[in-house]
Design a protein around this ligand. Structure first.
Ligand code: UD1
Ligand code: UDP
Length: 352
């Protein structure tokens, strides 16, 4: 079987590392990086650390508006799909790279598989929700992380070729935990004691591009008596600067560049509480049973809230403060996202 996998943004490298590893044991994989993320700490570090093979092609698309970015990816993907004539194109998650691969492949003589299908936040203002819905509706194989995701697809009339395999990010997390120390060096480097600090990330445009929301989040973090570690996405750094918040954040928080996956998981596992608007990090906190405060009012991972480990507070200062004072209690035995064998199941299903 020949598979052409398309990745482009940080979380997709984590997801693809799991499936690539399984695929390459018996099959041929062509790996295409769209270039959506290009900074070393958002891209190269993941390839090195997770042993992901060098991409066969990097489209170098970079940053742009949604249509320009997605369109440029599609223009470059089409001739590659023609050239390699893969049995299947693999598309991961919900970014613009996902959508570009999905639209390009679905109109060509190849099959399309979506990893992380069926998730819904029911907020169409988020570009990711549009990317998810459109991708699911043109996919030939849908690999689904949870029971609720199967139900979402059913309610949209999609019930064929839906495979409930669990979440590939759970596989990735179990793997990295095997190779990282319980108290990783990154803690010492940042002068942190385990279970005493808050770990924060913010990168959703709704939070970064709205001065009032970003200021409210930064205020709440700066008021914290605990250490707050804040690995900032480049989008967020730029917004902190633009909204005149960077100096304060640098003075009162441990504002650092994004870190590699192993270091980030080490920071997560040893944090007392997580504050984030990331999809992947909500889940990783849940897997590691670290309480999570989510800076959004809806989530495509509702099980983390229903099981008790995650609370949705948006950018409401009262909500953030209350949650920081009394974080949600994380469950230790819930497994709504499979058993850590999603990658294996995906490759087995594709092979069949
Ligand atoms: C993208 C995804 C989002 C995902 C996130 C993971 C879309 C619509 N959004 O958001 O779903 O959660 O990746 O991190 O696909 N930039 C750099 N260096 C880089 C990449 C980006 O400085 O290597 C800056 C640029 O100023 C760019 C901005 O970050 O304009 C946003 O990048 P972009 O890829 O458009 O979206 P993300 O916010 O990263
Ligand atoms: N991550 C990382 N370093 C960081 C921040 C995040 O390795 O400094 C990892 C994190 O562990 C998770 C993924 O990046 O696996 C999440 O990416 P992000 O929050 O950018 O995107 P989302 O999941 O919201 O789409």
């Amino acid at each position: 079987m020949r598979v052409l996998s398309v990745v482009g943004a940080r979380p997709q490298f984590v997801k693809a590392s799991v499936v690539s590893q399984e695929l390459r044991e018996h099959h041929e994989e062509i790996l295409v990086h769209t270039g959506q993320h290009y900074d070393e700490e958002l891209s190269d570090v993941f390839f090195e650390e997770l042993d992901i093979p060098e991409p066969d092609h990097n489209l170098g698309v970079g940053s742009a508006g949604h249509a320009t970015q997605t369109g440029e990816m599609m223009i470059q993907l089409e001739p590659l799909i023609t050239e390699y004539d893969p049995d299947v194109v693999l598309s991961y998650g919900d970014t613009n790279s996902t959508l570009a691969a999905s639209i390009a492949a679905s109109k060509m003589d190849t099959e399309l598989a979506h990893v992380e299908a069926g998730l819904r936040s029911f907020n169409r203002d988020m570009p990711e929700e549009v990317n998810r819905v459109l991708t699911d509706h043109v996919s030939d194989y849908l690999f689904v992380p949870s029971r609720q995701a199967v139900q979402h697809l059913e309610s949209e009339g999609i019930s064929e070729s839906v495979y409930h395999v669990g979440d590939v990010m759970y596989d990735a997390l179990l793997q990295i935990r095997e190779s990282t120390a319980d108290e990783p060096a990154v803690l010492k480097r940042l002068g942190l004691e385990p279970d005493t600090y808050v770990l924060a990330t913010v990168h959703r445009p709704r939070n970064t591009d709205d001065a009032e929301r970003l200021a409210a989040i930064v205020d709440c973090l700066c008021e914290e008596s605990r250490d707050v570690v804040f690995p900032a996405h480049p989008r967020t750094l730029r917004s902190l600067e633009e909204h005149g918040l960077r100096e304060r954040a640098e003075r009162e928080l441990t504002l650092i560049d994004p870190v590699g996956y192993g270091d980030f998981v080490g920071l997560l596992a040893n944090a007392e509480v997580i504050v984030t608007d990331s999809g992947g990090i909500q889940k990783e906190a849940f897997f590691l049973t670290v309480p999570c405060i989510t800076l959004r009012t809806e989530t495509e991972w509702p099980e983390t809230v229903e099981e008790g480990g995650n609370v949705l507070v948006g950018a409401d200062p009262t909500g953030i403060r209350e949650a920081l004072a009394a974080p949600p209690v994380s469950p230790s035995d819930a497994e709504p996202y499979g058993d850590g064998t999603a990658g294996e199941q995906i490759v087995a299903a594709l092979t069949r």
